[in-house]
Structures are given as C-alpha cells and as structure tokens.
Design a protein around this ligand. Structure first.
Ligand code: NAD
Length: 478
C-alpha cells in the first residue's frame, strides 16, 4: 500500500478527482490517500502562496502527489502555486504523452504518438522581473548546465527505457546563442552517449509548425520550459483535446501528477467535465510507483470506453460519439469496462520494473574566467545616440573605453541608423581598444565616474571569456 497526497483543487477539480479516485479504487489500486487543501481557498484566506506549511510537510513526506487543477486568483500578487511546487520540489522534468485516438476522437492526425519532455524549473519561469526605466521592463532568462543535462539525459533515458526511436530538441539558438545555445550544445553532447537513438535539432518556430502539421515525424521532443509549456498544449489539442491529456512532474525524490488543463471554473459544479486528463495523470502515477498492472487495466478500460463512443461533452461529436455522458457516468462506464480491452485501438501493455537510474549532476572544474569589459545599462531620455556617447566617453579610463551603445540590442553607436527606434534604455559597452583583459577596479572606476556625472545606471553585466571563449553576445549590427 502506497500513501499518496491528493489535492482536489478548485473549479472542476473536486468532480474530476472524485471520478478518478473512484476508478482507482474499483481497479484495486494499492494506495492510501492523505488529502490536503491547496489553491483558491488558501490564497483567499490571506496566504499568498496558496499552500500551508502542513500541506508542504505532507507532500514532502509522501513524495507522490496527485493534484487536481487549481485556480490562481487574478491580480493581488498571488504567485502560481503550480510553478512554486514544481520548483520547490525540484520537479525538473515535465512529461506529456500526446497520442491520438482516431477514429474515436476527432483529430487531423490519426497516427500521432508524441511525448513532450519539457524542462520544468528554469528559463523565463524564474519569474525574475524588474522595471528598469520608464519605458522598459525585463524578465531574466536563466538556463543552467545542470538544468540542461538533467532534462536532456532524462529525455534520452525515457526514449531508451520506453523503446522510442528518436529524440528531437527544439530551441531558438539562432537568436539566443548563449541560453538556447547551451541547451542545444548539451543536447549534442548527451546524444553521443546514446548511439542507438536517433537525434535531431529543430529551430522551435519551424519545428512547432512541423509538429502541428506532421506530428508523425516526431517521437520524443525535449525543450526548454517556455517553449514546452506552449508546444505541449498545442500537441495535446491536435492529438484530440487538452481535456484528454495528463502529465507527470518528476524530480529526484518527489513526483507530482496532474491533468494538463486548468480548473475550468465556467463548467464547475455541473458534473460535465471530462475526468480523462486527471485519470491519465493518475495512470502515469501508478506506473511511476510500480503498480503497472493496475495502470494497464485502467488504461485499457479507458480506451475501451472511448472506443464505445461514451464521451463527455468536450469530445462528443455527432456521427462519431454514441452517448453524451456526465463526469460521474463516464467514471462508471470506465469501471464497468475494467478487465476489458479495446478492439480497434491498440491495447496497452506496460513493462514492469522500468526505473530511471540517472546519475547525479557532477559539477565540472571551473573554467578560466577573464574579464574583458562591462556593459553598463543606463536610463537616458534623449534621442541622439551620439550625444549619449559624448556623455559616456567622460567615463573612459586608461583601461576601458566606450566601444558600443545598443538600444534594445541593436547597435546605435558608432555608426547607427537614424531609422532605429530608441527607448530610454541603453546598453553601453566598455572594453579596451585591443580587446585585452581588464580588472574589476576599472569597472568600479567607470561606475563611480557615472555617479559623479549623474548618469542613471540601472545595472551592469560583466563581459567574460570562459576558457578563452567569448561568452556574451555582440550587438545586433556589430
Ligand atoms: P482551462 O484549462 O481551465 O480551460 C480552458 C477551456 O478548456 C475551457 O473552455 C474549459 O471549459 C475547457 N476544459 C478544460 N478542462 C476541461 C475538462 N476536463 N473537461 C471539459 N472541458 C475542459 O484554462 P483557463 O480557463 O485558462 O484557466 C482557468 C484557471 O485554471 C485559471 O485560474 C488558471 O490559472 C488555472 N490553471 C491551472 C492549471 C493547473 O492547476 N495545473 C493549469 C492551467 C490553468
């Protein structure tokens, strides 16, 4: 008997969780439930995190968490509990299988069978945002080597353990050469360790277009957090419906399982919501805790039910569906089909004893890090970059001089174009004329002169060589 934590969530959460748990019980899943309250009620009681200390303790004790969707109240500074949970518990891998159920659920892609593996902790989801000038706000995109290695290794191990043939990587490293570039580089490195699994990289825009058009050409796809968030919803929707997909969030010690959709407040308390997404999450959970036979039994019963045309309103379609049912009726139909197999759709068989043995991340020896200069970001309300350059050249010192000014990344000095639109946010680069190494003191000298000349410095970024490699972007047009 495995003790798991359950949260019934908000909106349609309690209805779909009751339906899911009823099916698990009827299938004789060996689970004991400890329920916690998270979400809207907790937020509105004045707890801006949406979760109490006791609830955290229960989740961390049981390690396995089945969670119904929750509502994040609009405004009021409430942080998304989903993001907090994934990050606090170190749930770095988000796995979303998207398989079509043609001809029983309407889809343009009858042979689609894709697993999206999304990095779940970093990227723009650090939520590190600042307003820097009157006109410009910033969100910091952080990508780490351990983050990339963990998720990419997970994707290849997933492919190996589940007999998948190919792992594809989506990034936008033609533009983001440092952040997405690192993700792509680590993908290429780790792919070498799996010579029997095909690997390929696509730029995300054309990759996503091909996925939406020809999903059969993909198998397992791994990508950074934001792209994965968007692309996995698209993938679930084109496979049939977001209402049919579940996902797992896996970490080294804890795991959380859920439907991919939200709390759908518009249809709450009407007993009409489709419980399939959460049920799929629960099946991923049963596999994860080694109860593969129960998982298999429920999945085959669910496929049989879908095949019989017993559908909730969201997938019901005249001509394809046979019977429009409520949430609880759908659960009862699945229960009635336990021990039955689909006859047209492929019946599932889950291998026993699939366990991931992933190595702990090992920090590499530090690189030789040399300071080449500094980018000083300033707020300035003028329009002529040449005028700003004159002001900023007053900060030059023997070591470092102003070499470039960009506005929103585009070089505007020297030799900018008058057509370039400029905001009040300027990046001013100081380096030696010869591109030599400088010391930290010369950065401090520049900053203290900026203070004397009343230049409004917002922030600085050091320009480094790591093991002799330039590790910062050039200005666009430089
Ligand atoms: P949603 O997924 O709740 O609903 C989008 C649409 O899909 C709605 O039209 C809804 O009727 C339909 N739908 C969703 N699930 C369904 C189901 N099981 N059966 C039938 N139809 C279904 O997205 P939203 O409206 O943007 O978000 C509502 C709330 O959910 C927000 O507060 C959001 O923050 C939250 N949310 C939570 C999670 C989560 O807990 N993991 C995920 C996404 C959104």
């Amino acid at each position: 008997m495995k003790t798991i934590t359950v949260a019934k969530g908000d909106g349609i959460g309690p209805e779909i969780m009751d339906a899911t748990l009823k099916i698990l019980k009827a299938a004789n899943a060996q689970i004991k439930i400890e329920e916690i309250e998270v979400g809207e009620k907790v937020y509105l009681s004045g707890n801006t995190s949406g979760i109490s200390k006791d609830a955290w303790q229960t989740i961390r004790k049981n390690k396995i968490f089945l969670k119904a969707p929750i509502t994040t109240p609009q405004g009021g500074g409430y942080k998304s509990l989903n993001v907090t949970m994934r990050k606090s518990l170190g749930l770095y891998a988000n796995i979303r299988p998207c398989k079509s159920l043609h001809p029983f659920v309407s889809t343009k892609h009858k042979d689609m069978d894709v697993v999206i593996i999304r990095e779940n902790e970093e990227d723009l989801y650090g939520g590190i945002e600042h307003q820097q000038t009157d006109e410009v706000v910033q969100c910091l995109k952080l990508i780490s080597r351990p983050g990339c290695e963990k998720i990419i290794r997970y994707a290849f191990e997933y492919a190996r353990l589940y007999g998948r043939k190919k792992v594809t990587c989506f990034t936008k490293d033609n533009i983001m050469k440092q952040t997405d570039g690192l993700f792509h580089r680590v993908f290429d490195e780790i792919a070498q360790e799996y010579p029997n699994i095909e690997n390929e990289h696509w730029i995300i825009d054309i990759g996503a277009a091909r996925l939406a058009d020809t999903p059969e050409m993909f198998d397992v796809i791994v990508m950074p957090n934001l792209y994965g968030d968007v692309v996995s919803d698209v993938a679930a929707q084109i496979a049939g419906s977001v209402g049919l997909a579940g996902s797992s969030n896996i970490g080294d010690s804890c795991a959380m399982f859920e439907a991919i959709h939200g709390s759908a407040p518009m249809i709450a308390n009407q007993n009409v919501a489709n419980p399939s997404g959460l049920l799929q999450g629960a099946i991923l959970m049963l596999n994860h805790i080694g109860q593969t036979e129960v998982a298999e039994k429920i999945q085959n019963a669910w496929l049989k039910t879908v095949e019989e045309g017993i559908h909730t309103f969201d997938v019901y379609k005249e001509g394809i569906s046979k019977q429009k049912v409520s949430t609880s009726e759908f659960a009862d139909a699945v229960i009635a089909n336990l021990d039955q197999y689909p006859s047209v759709l492929e019946k599932v068989h889950y291998e026993k004893g699939i366990t991931f043995n992933l190595p702990k991340y090992e920090r590499k020896a530090p690189a030789k890090k040399e300071l080449l200069g500094v980018d000083i970001f300033v707020q300035w309300n003028g329009e002529e970059a040449d005028q700003l350059a004159q002001l900023l050249q007053q900060l030059n010192n023997g070591d470092a001089q102003l070499t470039m000014i960009t506005n929103r990344g585009v070089k505007v000095w020297p030799e900018g174009f008058e057509e370039t639109f400029c905001t009040d946010h300027w990046r001013c680069r100081y380096q030696t004329a010869e591109g030599n190494v400088i010391d930290n003191e010369s950065v401090i000298k520049i900053l203290s002169k900026a203070w004397e000349h009343q230049i409004d410095v917002i922030k600085t970024e050091n320009l480094y060589l790591f093991d002799g490699q330039r590790s910062f972007s050039l200005g666009q047009g430089q």
